[in-house]
Write a protein that binds this ligand. Sequence first.
Ligand SMILES: Nc1ncnc2c1ncn2[C@@H]1O[C@H](COP(=O)(O)OP(=O)(O)OP(=O)(O)O)[C@@H](O)[C@H]1O
Ligand SMILES: [Mg+2]
Length: 455
Amino acid sequence: MTDVIIIDDERTVRESAQQWLELSGLSVRVYSDAKEALAYIDSDFSGVVVSDVKMSGIDGLALQKKIFELDPGIPVVLFTGHGDIAMAVTAIRDGAYDFVEKPFDPERMLEIIKRAMEKRQLVLENRDLRREMQNSRGMESKLIGTSKKMRELKREIANIAPTAANVLISGATGTGKEVVARSIHALSMTGRGPYIALNCAAIPVSMAESELFGHCSGAFTSAQGDRIGKLEAANGGTLFLDEVNSMPLDVQGKLLRALECKEITPLGSNKAKHVEFRLISAMNEDPQEAVRNGKLREDLLFRLNTVELVVPPLRERRDDISMLFSFFMERAAETWDKPVEPLPSESLAVLMGYSWPGNVRELKNIAERYVLSALPPRERIPKLLSSSSEDRGDSAVPLKDQVNLFERNLIKESLLSHKGNIKAVLAELMIPRRTLNEKMSKFNLKRLYKSSRSG
Ligand SMILES: Nc1ncnc2c1ncn2[C@@H]1O[C@H](COP(=O)(O)OP(=O)(O)OP(=O)(O)O)[C@@H](O)[C@H]1O
Ligand SMILES: [Mg+2]
């Protein structure tokens, strides 16, 4: 294993750098030429590249670019000579880890390289975790969906999971906040530690404090025996506080203090215990709104929301509907040992046009009932949707109208997103111009809309 690759066309520089680093116990390879060095480096390279900026052939900047094409996570440290400052600044902007001025100060060089090595180690560890996560079949931590919004969310999750930052997840009911929380845990440094979930809405107000901090025997009348609180149980792992905006305000204050000093004192005890965990919290309303309504302490919010993730409602990522439905349908068929009845295409259109107030949870219920239904396949979805949610205004709408509505929405969204560019709309929807004209007049659609998306 090589810790450091040194590239410099000046022999004395290469050799003295090599000597210093080897004296510090690092394994070093030296090259006089960037091309040769590149042949050795691949995306699994676990060390640091140190290169001169000015060289004949490939210079330091070009080399850095080539290395980043292999793996942008490989740290590149540059040797700069007198007068190379402008170049070094460009290099840093382009992602160089740091630079060392020549003639170099060995201690400073070593320090920079050691830090860069640590960073590389972290990048590789996180990557391993992520791979492991992708291979693991743990259903709970699998987020299904390939829509643009879902891909963005997954990218955010992959980025923040390996950090220690507290995460606040918001989104409507049934959008998958808990699945997101579990995914973060599974991908995180604390992923091997415990995952402790507490639904703040489900505990009686009088018990909230003891649930969080634990109690000693006799701390209050019904307290029999010592009991560990959730904060302590989560030590070394992740604490998931669901519906945190339902926590009594005075308990929120105590939670805040515990988070600030990383210490808890169980009820009835006078000994504080040190705790360390990743905190993920969730709520199904806008956090700022919860503060305005007096349900969430603002100072606590600032602790919770180092990173804020918003899980979009299902109607804003309709591309995921088909995949989610198939997934839940197949899983249900397997559970109940039922045949998988393929979904008729007009039923899919209805699913795609529906508003999904209960989001993914509602979709999952429909998929399960679809599998269990004794009706002919084509009748199932309209029937199930009409009885699915009470607050749906259009429950009595015939199938044909729902399909029309779906079609109209698709065309309108396409017109909007392409700002009335008919060619682009035709390409996206893959229909001939005449069909588009007919449908636009049938559905009373205009070519151009003002930026407001309603109407
Ligand atoms: N992207 C997804 N992939 C797979 N399953 C999902 C996804 N999103 C949600 N689910 C499933 O849908 C159901 C509801 O998800 P979850 O409990 O995470 O929602 P929630 O946002 O926490 O809702 P609530 O606010 O009501 O607590 C669960 O059964 C979950 O497994
Ligand atoms: Mg939930």
